[in-house]
Design a protein around this ligand. Structure first.
Ligand SMILES: [Ca+2]
Length: 197
């Protein structure tokens, strides 16, 4: 999916996917036990346009290397198909796809992965050593953590492409465990990816 988890509302710190190269990790005092809450964010892949484009040009420059060949992207309501250059900051695109109209776009305008999502669900999973997924609670608000069930999935619902969703996680480390940098619990995000109509 062209949707990611981030540590910050500005979406500059993307959490790694499938491995722990950039984990959502914190250090805990396991001797006395420790509880830490953190707000996290869910957003479509996105970046800005480095220079203005007219309604016809098929080469576009991105502020950050993003997107993949064959992916739909959207800027101001015009959808484009990435033909080549995916994963780099310079894309070759097909303009005005999916019955949208090619138009000029200003420098700095945000370009999103061109998909909406329905039925998004987050699920804490732990496949490393002992299963400690029950150490995590998830909720839409920090107050909601108090009544959230340990290890239970969280329903995030639907998300349109420009929306950023947020949620909270609480990690409860029991007393009498080693002091640790807790990073082996993954947050699995599932849902249905839909074209923008
Ligand atoms: Ca574990």
């Amino acid at each position: 999916m062209a949707i990611h988890l981030y540590l910050d509302a500005a979406l500059t710190q993307q959490i790694s996917e499938g491995d722990f190269s950039r984990p959502e990790a914190e250090s805990y005092n396991g001797t006395d036990g420790d509880i830490k809450d953190r707000q996290l964010y869910v957003a479509n892949e996105q970046t800005g346009l480095v220079s203005a484009i007219d309604a016809a040009q098929t080469s576009i420059a991105l502020a950050e290397p993003r997107f993949a060949d064959g992916e739909l992207i959207i800027i101001d309501g015009e959808q484009m198909l990435v033909e080549s250059g995916g994963g780099t900051a310079n894309l070759t695109v097909q303009r005005g796809v999916a019955n949208t109209v090619p138009a000029a776009h200003d420098v700095g305008t945000t370009i999103y992965s061109g998909y909406d999502y329905t039925g998004l669900v987050l699920d804490p999973i732990d496949e490393t050593g002992t299963d400690e997924a029950v150490w995590y609670r998830l909720a839409l608000t920090q107050a909601g953590l108090d009544t959230a069930t340990q290890g239970a999935p969280l329903n995030l619902g639907d998300k349109a492409f420009p929306q950023t969703l947020s949620f909270w996680r609480r990690c409860t480390v029991l007393p009498g465990t080693p002091v640790q940098n807790k990073l082996d619990i993954k947050l699995r995000l599932t849902g249905t990816e839909n074209p923008i109509l």
